[in-house]
Design a protein around this ligand. Structure first.
Ligand SMILES: C[S@@+](CC[C@H](N)C(=O)[O-])C[C@H]1O[C@@H](n2cnc3c(N)ncnc32)[C@H](O)[C@@H]1O
Length: 449
Protein backbone atom coordinates (compact mmCIF):
# COMPACT_ATOMS: atom_id res chain seq x y z
CA UNK A 1 0.00 0.00 0.00
CA UNK A 2 1.19 3.51 -0.83
CA UNK A 3 1.56 5.72 2.22
CA UNK A 4 -1.24 8.28 2.44
CA UNK A 5 -0.44 11.91 1.79
CA UNK A 6 -0.90 12.54 5.54
CA UNK A 7 1.73 9.89 6.34
CA UNK A 8 4.07 11.30 3.72
CA UNK A 9 3.60 14.75 5.17
CA UNK A 10 4.25 13.56 8.74
CA UNK A 11 7.29 11.53 7.72
CA UNK A 12 8.64 14.63 5.94
CA UNK A 13 8.27 16.71 9.11
CA UNK A 14 9.98 14.12 11.36
CA UNK A 15 12.76 13.47 8.87
CA UNK A 16 13.64 17.12 8.53
CA UNK A 17 13.40 17.66 12.30
CA UNK A 18 16.00 14.93 12.82
CA UNK A 19 18.11 15.75 9.75
CA UNK A 20 21.18 17.95 9.82
CA UNK A 21 19.35 20.99 8.42
CA UNK A 22 19.79 24.25 10.20
CA UNK A 23 16.87 26.63 10.13
CA UNK A 24 18.16 30.05 11.02
CA UNK A 25 17.29 33.40 9.40
CA UNK A 26 20.72 34.79 10.30
CA UNK A 27 22.35 32.23 8.02
CA UNK A 28 20.15 33.33 5.13
CA UNK A 29 21.23 36.92 5.58
CA UNK A 30 24.90 35.89 5.77
CA UNK A 31 24.68 33.80 2.63
CA UNK A 32 23.14 36.64 0.66
CA UNK A 33 25.94 38.91 1.76
CA UNK A 34 28.55 36.46 0.57
CA UNK A 35 26.96 35.33 -2.67
CA UNK A 36 25.59 38.57 -4.02
CA UNK A 37 28.62 40.73 -4.77
CA UNK A 38 30.45 38.47 -7.22
CA UNK A 39 28.77 35.10 -7.48
CA UNK A 40 32.18 33.40 -7.27
CA UNK A 41 32.06 30.16 -5.31
CA UNK A 42 35.68 30.77 -4.33
CA UNK A 43 34.66 33.76 -2.29
CA UNK A 44 32.13 31.78 -0.34
CA UNK A 45 34.58 29.26 1.06
CA UNK A 46 37.46 31.68 1.48
CA UNK A 47 35.60 34.49 3.18
CA UNK A 48 33.81 32.25 5.66
CA UNK A 49 37.03 30.54 6.71
CA UNK A 50 35.10 27.27 6.55
CA UNK A 51 37.51 24.39 7.20
CA UNK A 52 37.88 22.78 3.80
CA UNK A 53 39.39 19.36 3.68
CA UNK A 54 42.81 19.82 2.09
CA UNK A 55 45.49 17.34 1.21
CA UNK A 56 49.00 18.20 0.00
CA UNK A 57 48.59 16.07 -3.13
CA UNK A 58 45.11 17.43 -3.88
CA UNK A 59 44.30 17.72 -7.60
CA UNK A 60 42.68 20.81 -9.11
CA UNK A 61 39.45 18.89 -9.77
CA UNK A 62 39.37 17.60 -6.20
CA UNK A 63 39.89 21.10 -4.82
CA UNK A 64 37.14 22.57 -7.01
CA UNK A 65 34.80 19.70 -6.09
CA UNK A 66 35.37 20.30 -2.37
CA UNK A 67 34.59 24.00 -2.74
CA UNK A 68 31.56 23.41 -4.92
CA UNK A 69 30.21 20.88 -2.41
CA UNK A 70 30.32 23.53 0.28
CA UNK A 71 28.71 26.10 -2.00
CA UNK A 72 25.96 23.67 -3.00
CA UNK A 73 25.33 22.81 0.65
CA UNK A 74 25.07 26.46 1.65
CA UNK A 75 22.76 27.37 -1.20
CA UNK A 76 20.51 24.36 -0.47
CA UNK A 77 20.51 25.28 3.20
CA UNK A 78 19.58 28.86 2.45
CA UNK A 79 16.84 27.93 0.03
CA UNK A 80 15.43 25.44 2.59
CA UNK A 81 15.18 28.22 5.17
CA UNK A 82 13.62 30.56 2.57
CA UNK A 83 10.98 27.93 1.79
CA UNK A 84 10.10 27.79 5.47
CA UNK A 85 9.85 31.56 5.60
CA UNK A 86 7.65 31.49 2.50
CA UNK A 87 5.02 29.19 4.02
CA UNK A 88 5.04 31.05 7.34
CA UNK A 89 4.37 34.34 5.54
CA UNK A 90 1.71 32.81 3.28
CA UNK A 91 -0.17 31.23 6.20
CA UNK A 92 -0.01 34.49 8.12
CA UNK A 93 -1.15 36.42 5.03
CA UNK A 94 -4.40 34.40 5.14
CA UNK A 95 -4.83 35.38 8.81
CA UNK A 96 -4.43 39.03 7.80
CA UNK A 97 -6.84 38.53 4.89
CA UNK A 98 -9.46 37.20 7.30
CA UNK A 99 -8.81 40.14 9.61
CA UNK A 100 -9.40 42.61 6.80
CA UNK A 101 -12.63 40.83 5.77
CA UNK A 102 -13.81 40.86 9.40
CA UNK A 103 -13.24 44.61 9.49
CA UNK A 104 -15.19 45.26 6.28
CA UNK A 105 -18.05 42.99 7.36
CA UNK A 106 -18.98 45.62 9.93
CA UNK A 107 -20.12 47.86 7.07
CA UNK A 108 -20.95 45.55 4.11
CA UNK A 109 -22.09 41.98 3.45
CA UNK A 110 -19.57 39.09 3.88
CA UNK A 111 -19.57 38.35 0.16
CA UNK A 112 -18.85 41.96 -0.76
CA UNK A 113 -16.21 42.18 1.95
CA UNK A 114 -14.40 39.12 0.57
CA UNK A 115 -14.55 40.43 -2.99
CA UNK A 116 -13.23 43.83 -1.94
CA UNK A 117 -10.37 42.25 0.03
CA UNK A 118 -9.44 40.02 -2.91
CA UNK A 119 -9.45 43.08 -5.20
CA UNK A 120 -7.12 44.92 -2.78
CA UNK A 121 -4.79 41.92 -2.71
CA UNK A 122 -4.75 41.55 -6.51
CA UNK A 123 -3.48 45.11 -6.80
CA UNK A 124 -0.58 44.40 -4.42
CA UNK A 125 0.29 40.98 -5.88
CA UNK A 126 -0.25 42.10 -9.50
CA UNK A 127 -2.11 38.82 -10.03
CA UNK A 128 -5.49 38.03 -11.60
CA UNK A 129 -8.31 37.10 -9.24
CA UNK A 130 -8.16 33.50 -10.45
CA UNK A 131 -4.46 33.27 -9.76
CA UNK A 132 -4.90 34.74 -6.30
CA UNK A 133 -7.79 32.44 -5.42
CA UNK A 134 -5.78 29.35 -6.50
CA UNK A 135 -2.81 30.34 -4.38
CA UNK A 136 -5.04 31.34 -1.48
CA UNK A 137 -6.62 27.87 -1.43
CA UNK A 138 -3.23 26.31 -0.75
CA UNK A 139 -2.18 29.02 1.69
CA UNK A 140 -5.41 28.52 3.65
CA UNK A 141 -4.49 24.85 3.98
CA UNK A 142 -1.10 25.93 5.39
CA UNK A 143 -2.99 28.01 7.96
CA UNK A 144 -5.27 25.05 8.82
CA UNK A 145 -2.16 22.93 9.49
CA UNK A 146 -0.54 25.66 11.57
CA UNK A 147 -3.71 26.07 13.62
CA UNK A 148 -3.83 22.41 14.63
CA UNK A 149 -0.18 21.31 14.62
CA UNK A 150 1.59 24.63 15.24
CA UNK A 151 4.17 26.54 13.22
CA UNK A 152 6.70 23.67 13.49
CA UNK A 153 4.65 21.54 11.15
CA UNK A 154 4.98 24.20 8.45
CA UNK A 155 8.59 25.18 9.07
CA UNK A 156 9.87 21.60 9.02
CA UNK A 157 7.47 20.25 6.39
CA UNK A 158 9.20 18.39 3.63
CA UNK A 159 8.24 18.43 0.00
CA UNK A 160 4.97 16.63 0.86
CA UNK A 161 3.45 19.86 2.22
CA UNK A 162 2.48 21.43 -1.11
CA UNK A 163 0.80 18.27 -2.44
CA UNK A 164 -0.95 17.61 0.85
CA UNK A 165 -2.32 21.17 0.91
CA UNK A 166 -3.15 21.48 -2.78
CA UNK A 167 -5.37 18.41 -3.01
CA UNK A 168 -6.64 18.51 0.59
CA UNK A 169 -7.18 14.75 0.43
CA UNK A 170 -8.17 13.59 3.92
CA UNK A 171 -8.27 17.17 5.22
CA UNK A 172 -10.84 16.17 7.79
CA UNK A 173 -11.38 15.98 11.54
CA UNK A 174 -9.52 12.63 11.75
CA UNK A 175 -6.43 14.14 10.17
CA UNK A 176 -6.69 17.22 12.36
CA UNK A 177 -6.95 15.09 15.48
CA UNK A 178 -3.76 13.20 14.46
CA UNK A 179 -1.99 16.52 13.88
CA UNK A 180 -3.28 18.01 17.15
CA UNK A 181 -1.78 15.08 19.11
CA UNK A 182 1.61 15.71 17.49
CA UNK A 183 1.79 19.42 18.25
CA UNK A 184 3.83 19.19 21.50
CA UNK A 185 5.89 16.34 20.14
CA UNK A 186 6.88 18.42 17.10
CA UNK A 187 7.68 21.41 19.34
CA UNK A 188 9.89 19.37 21.69
CA UNK A 189 11.94 18.07 18.76
CA UNK A 190 12.18 21.49 17.08
CA UNK A 191 13.06 23.49 20.24
CA UNK A 192 15.65 21.02 21.47
CA UNK A 193 17.24 20.08 18.13
CA UNK A 194 16.98 23.43 16.33
CA UNK A 195 17.16 26.13 19.03
CA UNK A 196 17.13 28.94 16.42
CA UNK A 197 14.05 27.85 14.51
CA UNK A 198 11.61 30.16 16.32
CA UNK A 199 13.57 33.20 15.14
CA UNK A 200 11.84 32.67 11.79
CA UNK A 201 8.51 33.43 13.44
CA UNK A 202 9.72 36.96 14.20
CA UNK A 203 8.79 37.82 10.62
CA UNK A 204 5.08 37.38 11.44
CA UNK A 205 5.34 38.54 15.08
CA UNK A 206 5.00 34.94 16.21
CA UNK A 207 6.37 33.60 19.53
CA UNK A 208 10.17 33.52 19.31
CA UNK A 209 10.67 32.21 22.89
CA UNK A 210 11.69 28.55 23.20
CA UNK A 211 9.24 26.44 25.17
CA UNK A 212 11.36 23.32 25.55
CA UNK A 213 15.04 23.34 26.35
CA UNK A 214 17.65 20.70 27.06
CA UNK A 215 17.79 17.33 25.35
CA UNK A 216 14.94 15.99 23.16
CA UNK A 217 14.53 13.06 25.56
CA UNK A 218 14.30 15.32 28.61
CA UNK A 219 10.59 15.59 27.74
CA UNK A 220 7.80 13.06 27.76
CA UNK A 221 4.52 13.63 25.96
CA UNK A 222 1.38 12.04 27.22
CA UNK A 223 -2.32 12.48 27.65
CA UNK A 224 -3.60 14.25 30.73
CA UNK A 225 -7.04 15.37 31.81
CA UNK A 226 -6.38 18.63 29.91
CA UNK A 227 -5.35 16.94 26.68
CA UNK A 228 -1.86 16.36 25.35
CA UNK A 229 0.95 17.74 27.43
CA UNK A 230 4.71 17.54 27.77
CA UNK A 231 6.24 16.67 31.13
CA UNK A 232 9.87 16.95 32.22
CA UNK A 233 11.33 13.41 32.33
CA UNK A 234 12.24 13.45 36.07
CA UNK A 235 8.61 14.14 37.04
CA UNK A 236 7.57 10.85 35.47
CA UNK A 237 9.66 9.01 38.10
CA UNK A 238 8.70 11.05 41.16
CA UNK A 239 6.35 8.39 42.43
CA UNK A 240 9.41 6.13 42.95
CA UNK A 241 12.27 8.61 43.25
CA UNK A 242 11.93 12.34 43.96
CA UNK A 243 15.61 12.88 43.05
CA UNK A 244 15.51 11.11 39.69
CA UNK A 245 17.84 12.51 37.04
CA UNK A 246 19.09 11.12 33.75
CA UNK A 247 22.21 12.14 31.84
CA UNK A 248 21.90 11.61 28.08
CA UNK A 249 24.98 10.01 26.59
CA UNK A 250 25.94 9.56 22.94
CA UNK A 251 28.66 7.05 23.81
CA UNK A 252 28.91 4.58 26.68
CA UNK A 253 31.25 5.55 29.53
CA UNK A 254 33.47 3.04 31.29
CA UNK A 255 33.24 3.20 35.10
CA UNK A 256 36.93 3.62 35.92
CA UNK A 257 36.37 2.82 39.62
CA UNK A 258 35.45 -0.67 38.45
CA UNK A 259 37.58 -1.14 35.34
CA UNK A 260 40.39 1.44 35.78
CA UNK A 261 41.87 2.02 32.30
CA UNK A 262 40.65 -1.32 30.93
CA UNK A 263 37.69 -1.29 28.51
CA UNK A 264 36.07 -4.74 28.80
CA UNK A 265 34.32 -4.27 25.46
CA UNK A 266 37.58 -4.23 23.52
CA UNK A 267 38.13 -7.55 21.81
CA UNK A 268 41.68 -8.85 22.13
CA UNK A 269 43.63 -8.23 18.95
CA UNK A 270 44.72 -11.22 16.90
CA UNK A 271 41.79 -13.41 17.83
CA UNK A 272 39.50 -11.76 15.32
CA UNK A 273 40.18 -10.86 11.69
CA UNK A 274 41.80 -7.58 12.75
CA UNK A 275 40.71 -4.53 14.69
CA UNK A 276 39.37 -2.58 11.75
CA UNK A 277 37.69 -5.41 9.88
CA UNK A 278 33.98 -5.97 10.48
CA UNK A 279 33.37 -9.57 11.65
CA UNK A 280 29.83 -9.36 10.20
CA UNK A 281 30.56 -8.21 6.63
CA UNK A 282 34.34 -8.55 6.39
CA UNK A 283 34.76 -4.96 5.20
CA UNK A 284 37.19 -2.31 6.44
CA UNK A 285 35.78 -0.07 9.19
CA UNK A 286 36.82 3.53 9.68
CA UNK A 287 35.41 6.57 11.47
CA UNK A 288 36.35 8.56 8.37
CA UNK A 289 33.42 8.15 5.95
CA UNK A 290 35.77 8.28 2.93
CA UNK A 291 37.69 5.18 3.90
CA UNK A 292 34.93 3.23 5.66
CA UNK A 293 33.50 0.28 3.68
CA UNK A 294 31.40 -1.37 6.39
CA UNK A 295 27.76 -0.56 5.82
CA UNK A 296 26.27 -2.68 8.61
CA UNK A 297 24.64 0.15 10.64
CA UNK A 298 25.34 3.28 8.62
CA UNK A 299 23.18 5.45 10.85
CA UNK A 300 25.44 4.64 13.81
CA UNK A 301 28.97 4.02 12.58
CA UNK A 302 31.37 5.14 9.89
CA UNK A 303 29.21 7.69 8.14
CA UNK A 304 28.88 11.44 8.49
CA UNK A 305 25.10 11.04 8.27
CA UNK A 306 25.09 9.49 11.72
CA UNK A 307 22.27 10.42 14.01
CA UNK A 308 19.48 9.02 16.07
CA UNK A 309 16.33 8.02 14.21
CA UNK A 310 13.22 10.05 15.03
CA UNK A 311 12.10 8.39 18.28
CA UNK A 312 10.57 10.01 21.36
CA UNK A 313 9.87 9.10 24.96
CA UNK A 314 6.13 8.94 25.59
CA UNK A 315 3.72 8.12 28.42
CA UNK A 316 2.24 4.66 28.11
CA UNK A 317 -1.10 3.86 29.69
CA UNK A 318 0.33 1.39 32.25
CA UNK A 319 4.10 0.89 31.82
CA UNK A 320 5.14 4.43 32.76
CA UNK A 321 7.30 5.64 29.83
CA UNK A 322 8.08 3.95 26.54
CA UNK A 323 9.73 4.77 23.23
CA UNK A 324 7.71 5.60 20.14
CA UNK A 325 8.97 5.60 16.54
CA UNK A 326 8.00 8.81 14.74
CA UNK A 327 8.97 7.41 11.32
CA UNK A 328 9.04 3.89 9.95
CA UNK A 329 12.27 2.03 10.80
CA UNK A 330 12.86 -0.69 8.26
CA UNK A 331 13.74 -4.25 9.27
CA UNK A 332 17.50 -4.62 9.82
CA UNK A 333 18.08 -0.91 10.49
CA UNK A 334 19.47 0.20 13.85
CA UNK A 335 17.13 1.85 16.32
CA UNK A 336 20.19 2.73 18.38
CA UNK A 337 23.13 1.41 20.33
CA UNK A 338 22.46 0.34 23.93
CA UNK A 339 24.46 3.13 25.54
CA UNK A 340 25.07 3.44 29.28
CA UNK A 341 27.66 2.96 31.99
CA UNK A 342 30.06 0.05 31.45
CA UNK A 343 30.32 -1.52 34.86
CA UNK A 344 30.28 -4.83 36.71
CA UNK A 345 28.98 -6.42 39.91
CA UNK A 346 25.58 -4.69 40.08
CA UNK A 347 22.72 -6.75 41.44
CA UNK A 348 18.97 -6.16 41.58
CA UNK A 349 19.25 -3.63 38.76
CA UNK A 350 18.23 -3.73 35.10
CA UNK A 351 21.50 -4.31 33.24
CA UNK A 352 22.54 -5.59 29.83
CA UNK A 353 25.22 -8.27 29.94
CA UNK A 354 28.02 -8.01 27.40
CA UNK A 355 30.75 -10.56 26.85
CA UNK A 356 33.94 -10.56 24.80
CA UNK A 357 36.85 -12.97 24.65
CA UNK A 358 38.46 -10.94 27.45
CA UNK A 359 35.71 -10.08 29.94
CA UNK A 360 32.07 -10.13 30.96
CA UNK A 361 30.66 -6.71 31.74
CA UNK A 362 27.36 -4.94 32.47
CA UNK A 363 25.82 -1.89 30.80
CA UNK A 364 23.69 0.03 33.28
CA UNK A 365 21.30 2.76 32.14
CA UNK A 366 19.72 3.64 35.48
CA UNK A 367 20.98 7.24 35.63
CA UNK A 368 22.86 7.76 32.39
CA UNK A 369 22.54 6.39 28.91
CA UNK A 370 20.50 6.98 25.81
CA UNK A 371 16.89 6.53 24.67
CA UNK A 372 17.14 2.73 24.45
CA UNK A 373 16.61 2.87 28.24
CA UNK A 374 12.94 3.58 27.66
CA UNK A 375 12.21 0.56 25.47
CA UNK A 376 9.59 -1.70 27.05
CA UNK A 377 9.22 -5.46 26.79
CA UNK A 378 6.84 -7.28 24.50
CA UNK A 379 6.42 -11.01 23.96
CA UNK A 380 5.90 -10.10 20.28
CA UNK A 381 8.60 -7.43 19.92
CA UNK A 382 9.35 -5.30 16.88
CA UNK A 383 13.09 -5.04 17.61
CA UNK A 384 15.90 -7.17 19.01
CA UNK A 385 19.36 -6.72 20.50
CA UNK A 386 22.33 -7.85 18.43
CA UNK A 387 26.03 -7.92 19.25
CA UNK A 388 28.16 -5.95 16.82
CA UNK A 389 31.81 -5.03 16.68
CA UNK A 390 32.95 -1.59 15.64
CA UNK A 391 36.72 -1.10 15.24
CA UNK A 392 37.54 -3.81 17.75
CA UNK A 393 35.03 -2.74 20.41
CA UNK A 394 31.86 -4.68 21.11
CA UNK A 395 28.57 -2.79 20.83
CA UNK A 396 25.04 -3.94 21.61
CA UNK A 397 22.68 -2.60 18.94
CA UNK A 398 18.89 -2.49 19.04
CA UNK A 399 17.83 -3.56 15.56
CA UNK A 400 14.39 -3.07 14.03
CA UNK A 401 12.34 -6.04 12.89
CA UNK A 402 10.14 -3.60 10.92
CA UNK A 403 8.58 -0.73 12.89
CA UNK A 404 5.76 1.47 11.64
CA UNK A 405 5.57 5.19 12.35
CA UNK A 406 3.65 5.73 15.60
CA UNK A 407 4.37 2.22 16.92
CA UNK A 408 5.87 1.69 20.35
CA UNK A 409 9.38 0.23 20.01
CA UNK A 410 9.52 -3.02 21.98
CA UNK A 411 12.04 -5.77 22.63
CA UNK A 412 11.89 -9.17 24.33
CA UNK A 413 13.62 -8.78 27.73
CA UNK A 414 14.02 -12.59 27.85
CA UNK A 415 12.73 -15.16 30.35
CA UNK A 416 15.78 -14.59 32.55
CA UNK A 417 14.59 -11.01 33.16
CA UNK A 418 11.03 -11.96 34.01
CA UNK A 419 11.93 -14.97 36.12
CA UNK A 420 11.57 -14.27 39.86
CA UNK A 421 10.20 -10.78 39.09
CA UNK A 422 7.10 -9.67 40.96
CA UNK A 423 5.86 -7.65 38.00
CA UNK A 424 2.95 -8.38 35.70
CA UNK A 425 3.74 -8.39 32.00
CA UNK A 426 1.49 -5.80 30.40
CA UNK A 427 2.71 -6.24 26.84
CA UNK A 428 -0.80 -7.13 25.71
CA UNK A 429 0.51 -9.40 22.94
CA UNK A 430 -1.85 -12.16 21.83
CA UNK A 431 0.99 -14.62 22.44
CA UNK A 432 2.12 -13.14 25.79
CA UNK A 433 4.18 -15.89 27.48
CA UNK A 434 3.33 -14.67 30.97
CA UNK A 435 -0.47 -14.58 30.72
CA UNK A 436 -0.89 -17.80 32.68
CA UNK A 437 1.76 -16.95 35.27
CA UNK A 438 0.43 -13.43 35.81
CA UNK A 439 -3.11 -14.63 36.38
CA UNK A 440 -1.92 -15.46 39.93
CA UNK A 441 0.23 -12.39 40.43
CA UNK A 442 -1.64 -9.55 42.03
CA UNK A 443 1.25 -7.12 42.49
CA UNK A 444 1.07 -4.44 39.81
CA UNK A 445 4.03 -2.61 38.27
CA UNK A 446 6.13 -1.72 41.34
CA UNK A 447 9.24 0.16 40.35
CA UNK A 448 11.21 1.31 37.38
CA UNK A 449 14.85 0.22 37.16
C1 LIG B 1 14.14 -0.48 31.08
S1 LIG B 1 12.68 0.04 31.81
C2 LIG B 1 11.68 0.50 30.46
C3 LIG B 1 11.12 1.88 30.59
C4 LIG B 1 10.14 2.02 31.72
N1 LIG B 1 8.81 1.74 31.30
C5 LIG B 1 10.24 3.41 32.33
O1 LIG B 1 9.24 4.13 32.38
O2 LIG B 1 11.34 3.78 32.75
C6 LIG B 1 12.04 -1.51 32.35
C7 LIG B 1 10.84 -1.42 33.21
O3 LIG B 1 9.70 -1.01 32.45
C8 LIG B 1 8.54 -1.72 32.86
N2 LIG B 1 8.08 -2.58 31.77
C9 LIG B 1 8.66 -2.75 30.59
N3 LIG B 1 7.96 -3.61 29.83
C10 LIG B 1 6.91 -3.99 30.55
C11 LIG B 1 5.82 -4.86 30.29
N4 LIG B 1 5.67 -5.53 29.16
N5 LIG B 1 4.92 -5.02 31.29
C12 LIG B 1 5.05 -4.37 32.45
N6 LIG B 1 6.04 -3.52 32.73
C13 LIG B 1 6.96 -3.33 31.80
C14 LIG B 1 8.96 -2.57 34.05
O4 LIG B 1 8.74 -1.82 35.20
C15 LIG B 1 10.43 -2.75 33.80
O5 LIG B 1 11.12 -3.02 34.97
Amino acid sequence: MQPSSLNKFLTGVWESLYSGISIDPIEVIEQWRIIEPSGQPKLLTETTGEPVLQQCDETAAQRLFGRMSILARKVSQTSRTCRSLEVIVQAHWVECFDGRVAELVLAISREKARKATIAEACVNFKWSEKELRNKMGIWRSYLDIKNVAGWVALVFAGTGLYRFCKYRVSFDENTFSVLRKLRHRFEIAADTLHPQWRQLLGIVDGPTERRYDGHPHDWVVGVSADGYEAMPLPETYWQWDRAFSYVHLDESVVNTDVWESFDPRVVSPGTSTGTNVCPSCGEHQSDDARSNHCNCFPSLYGSTKAGAPPVQVFRTPAKNNGLVACCPIEAGAAVGEFVGEITSGLSNMDVMIGQTNRATYQIWQGRQGNYTRFVNHSCEPNSQYERFQWRGTQRIVLVSKGIEAGDEVTVDYSDTYWRNLDKVCLCGAAQCRYKERDRHLLTPLSSNS
